[in-house]
Write a protein that binds this ligand. Structure first.
Ligand SMILES: Nc1nc2c(c(=O)[nH]1)N[C@H]1C(S)=C(S)[C@@H](COP(=O)(O)OP(=O)(O)OC[C@H]3O[C@@H](n4cnc5c(=O)[nH]c(N)nc54)[C@H](O)[C@@H]3O)O[C@H]1N2
Ligand SMILES: Nc1nc2c(c(=O)[nH]1)N[C@H]1C(S)=C(S)[C@@H](COP(=O)(O)OP(=O)(O)OC[C@H]3O[C@@H](n4cnc5c(=O)[nH]c(N)nc54)[C@H](O)[C@@H]3O)O[C@H]1N2
Ligand code: SF4
Ligand SMILES: [Mo]
Length: 730
């Protein structure tokens, strides 16, 4: 009798919630089911349920491709492709120096791949210029947490802790669409009337606060910092602080109080549109739930809505200040957290693909860190380069005098997801060599000189670190298509062709062992872990999890309970006043554009636009317009609308809805071509984190008359460069 198919325990390929899945191979295809786990409790969202479809994408890349003299991209062998890449990289390096080769990574890569990519850049290419799309995603929260709390772990507590809290302040996060199974953890706060959502849109998440479940504060886009300073004002002025906690566990509160004193509620209302009444109510809800008043617990959480801003680090800093003033951080049942976005956004930033970091969350300019990592890599610390350029600066420098001439892309679709994306396409086109590793012909792969087909998700082994700092096993459930290869193998082959020092493992378990050694003693210490231990233990382990001589370290679900990893063991109030968004609205561009996500699509859409069920449910770029604004411009639902900023224009179908403010339009960024929101967004960055201001820019809105050129679906197949010129949304 045939044995029933074995279910493989794994996790979703998409977001940082990393919902647990059970994958079963049936008649050559993978079937996905939800699996019980504390974060998702057996649930999956529509993307998770349909995730196996990407394994069968009709245009899945299965052979290396090289652009020939005619400009057409043609199939070639792996040897020919790798030989060509190595030869061109050597030429560029010899002529322009090692920093002329740059690397762009992704927060979707496994820990093993993120680690190996950082090592490959530093000692096989010898370049300082490596950064990744996490710069677009988490960097402001990271910078603020490091400054205030001494370490960045998105949620320094298990997600399930949220369930016990009576108040949760959720700033700029649309969890109901971006992590639907996580909404269950807001139930306690909703039942207590304490879910407070701050979003310029009545998003699906903001609507969870309706009907007595909480409050929706709907500020002018880009004014979260004044909102937070106003909340702090009320907390200080009305004696709602946890004075004992502030005295014992923090420094700098007086500076924060002084700044907040200048943001009295009437001033906040004038700047943000959030009423004094709402502001006070929100502060009192939070205070009443906080431990110093005997409440059941309160949380302050931030998402991309407040972080993707030119003052994102300052804004997250103010959110942390509020949590510190109320005595929430480092207390069981209360806290501050940033909701990590990408599947391995957390691990992706710990293991060395960020321009200023080495594995284990070590800083690249710290001599002790360099010595430790060099020892693991078997090289002289002197050969490890210093800090490279952060993502937006790196992309802008491509092909310019003194800038990189070659770029290797692993796990990002920059032509759709980078700010001011048409400019990014111009910079990519100015390169001598663009190499893209992907699983599908993404819009960025369509522009490459060499495309390498790599493995995805259920085709390989590895680990991911979820939004709560838990290390999870990703397991292989299906054989990859013949012709696709693991990126670990690609780097080992290139390292050998480039004559790189060091050992280049291709087995993910061995790479993990090396990563664990490299992380030992660092802030994100994985040294007590191995694939074998993670396989043996049912529940995944939170870092830090250092190696021990005896009983294995149990991992650290909650940080900061005793002290903070700062020089004096205290958390710091870091103070910065509001300077407003970089681009103010005015007569020439009177409307705010905010951008974000829809439930069905993931990021640049490279994966989800290829899933028929998701593309059917959410087929085209759209723009949300308030009825008053629509009326002013003669826009009817379904009209084609053009949204224009100083960078460029995008076209999308109008959805007329009072979910947005009359002064604001909203576009998701999941589509390419003329429907791409990032043709319009601003690539100005936060001075501390390098995070671009995706969320707010100034635009005009106009209805396009029907004589506009006919529309054609954005190409998802084909690799000809001409394919993109006529893309328009339908
Ligand atoms: N369906 C889906 N889920 C995803 C992803 C996806 O692409 N699709 N991506 C994953 C990743 S990488 C990430 S980073 C997370 C992102 O998860 P979220 O942070 O929840 O996602 P966004 O939709 O980008 O932004 C959240 C909200 O910010 C609001 N916003 C815009 N401007 C402002 C502002 O000035 N102030 C405030 N307070 N809010 C503002 C938007 O209206 C939006 O509702 O989602 C993850 N999950
Ligand atoms: N306007 C606007 N723009 C935004 C945002 C926003 O809110 N508004 N959000 C920003 C945020 S938070 C993020 S995280 C970025 C994300 O934007 P991107 O970096 O473009 O993210 P993805 O679309 O996930 O791209 C990942 C690519 O890697 C491929 N891939 C999947 N798995 C692997 C693998 O294992 N190896 C390799 N080599 N490739 C793989 C996928 O097919 C896809 O082409 O977008 C940012 N852009
Ligand atoms: S919420 Fe995120 S991890 Fe969970 S199923 Fe959806 S995309 Fe996957
Ligand atoms: Mo993200």
């Amino acid at each position: 009798m045939a044995r029933p198919p074995q279910a493989v325990a794994s996790h979703c390929p998409y977001c940082a919630l990393q919902c647990a899945q059970s994958l079963t191979l049936c008649s050559g295809t993978v079937e996905v089911a939800g699996r019980d786990f504390p974060t998702n409790r057996g649930g999956l969202c529509q993307k998770g349920w349909t995730s196996a479809a990407v394994l069968r994408a009709p245009d899945r890349l299965t052979t290396p491709l090289v652009r020939g003299r005619s400009g057409e991209i043609e199939p070639t062998s792996w040897d020919a492709a790798l030989d060509l890449i190595a030869m061109r990289l050597k030429e560029i390096r010899d002529t322009h120096g090692p920093d002329a080769v740059a690397v762009f990574g992704g927060g979707g890569l496994t820990n093993e791949k993120a680690y190996q990519l950082g090592k490959f850049a530093r000692i096989a290419l010898g370049t300082a210029n490596i950064d990744y799309n996490g710069r677009f995603c988490m960097s402001s929260a990271v910078a603020a947490m490091n400054r205030s709390l001494g370490v960045d772990r998105g949620l320094p507590f298990p997600l399930t802790d949220l369930g016990g809290a009576d108040a949760i302040l959720l700033l700029g996060s649309n969890l109901a669409e971006t992590m639907p199974p996580a909404v269950a953890h807001l139930a306690g706060a909703r039942a207590a009337g304490g879910l407070i959502v701050v979003d310029p849109r009545a998003s699906a998440t903001a609507r969870l606060a309706d009907d007595g479940a909480g409050l929706h504060l709907q500020p002018v886009p880009g004014t979260d910092l004044p909102v937070l300073l106003g909340l702090l004002h009320v907390v200080f002025a009305e004696g709602l602080t946890d004075a004992a906690y502030v005295a014992q566990r923090t420094t700098g509160a007086e500076d924060a109080r002084r700044l907040a004193a200048s943001w009295w509620p009437a001033r906040v209302e004038a700047v943000t549109g959030v009423s004094e009444v709402q502001l006070r109510a929100a502060a009192h809800h939070l205070a009443a739930a906080s431990p110093s008043r005997g409440g059941s617990g309160a949380y302050v959480l931030t998402g991309r809505g407040v972080e993707q801003s030119s003052q994102g680090t300052a804004t997250v800093g103010a959110a942390i200040n509020l949590a510190l003033a109320l005595g929430l951080v480092g207390r069981v049942g209360s806290g501050y957290g940033a909701i990590t976005g990408q599947g391995n956004g957390q691990g992706g930033r710990e293991h060395g693909q960020k321009s200023d970091q080495l594995p284990g969350y070590r800083m690249i300019d710290d001599p002790a860190a360099r010595a430790h990592v060099a020892d693991v890599w078997g090289v002289d610390p002197a050969i490890i380069p210093g800090k490279g350029r952060p993502a937006v600066e790196l992309l802008d420098s491509l092909g310019r005098e003194g800038g990189p001439r070659a770029l290797l892309v692993h796990g990002a679709n920059l032509r759709v997801s980078a700010p001011n994306a048409r400019h990014v396409t111009d910079r990519l086109d100015a390169l001598d060599l663009l190499v893209v590793c992907d699983v599908v012909p993404s819009e960025t792969a369509q522009r490459a000189d060499v495309v390498l087909p790599v493995l995805q998700w259920a085709e390989e082994e590895g680990t991911m670190t979820s939004l709560e700092g838990r290390i999870l096993r990703r397991r292989k459930a299906i054989e990859p298509p013949a012709g696709a290869r693991s990126e670990l193998w690609v780097w080992s082959e290139l390292a050998s062709r480039l004559g790189a020092p060091g050992v280049w493992e291709i087995d993910a378990a061995l790479v993990f062992d090396e990563l664990a050694r490299a992380s030992a003693g660092g802030r994100a210490d994985y040294s007590g872990l191995s694939h074998a231990r993670l396989d043996a233990e049912d529940a995944a382990v939170h870092w830090p999890c250092p190696a021990t001589d005896g009983v294995p370290h149990p991992g650290t679900p909650r940080l900061f309970l005793d002290d903070f990893p700062t020089p004096d063991g205290r958390a710091r109030f870091v103070v910065a006043d509001d300077v407003g968004p970089a681009e103010a609205t005015g007569p020439d561009a009177p409307t705010h554009l905010v951008t974000g996500r829809v439930l069905q699509h993931y990021q640049s859409g490279a994966q989800t636009r290829r899933v028929a069920e998701l593309a059917g449910a959410s087929p085209e770029p759209f723009v949300e317009v308030h009825p008053v604004l629509a009326d002013r411009h003669g826009i009817e639902p379904g009209d084609l609308v053009e949204v224009t900023s100083a960078r460029g224009s995008a076209r999308a179908i109008a959805r007329v809805t009072d979910a947005v403010r009359p002064d604001t339009v909203f576009m998701p960024f999941h589509w390419a071509g003329v429907g791409s929101a990032n043709r319009v967004t601003n690539d100005v960055t936060d001075p501390v984190s390098g995070m671009p201001e995706f969320k707010v820019c100034a635009v005009t809105v106009a209805r396009l008359d029907l004589a506009a050129p006919p529309t054609r679906a954005p190409a998802t197949t084909g690799l000809g460069r001409a394919a993109t010129a006529t893309e328009v949304p339908t």
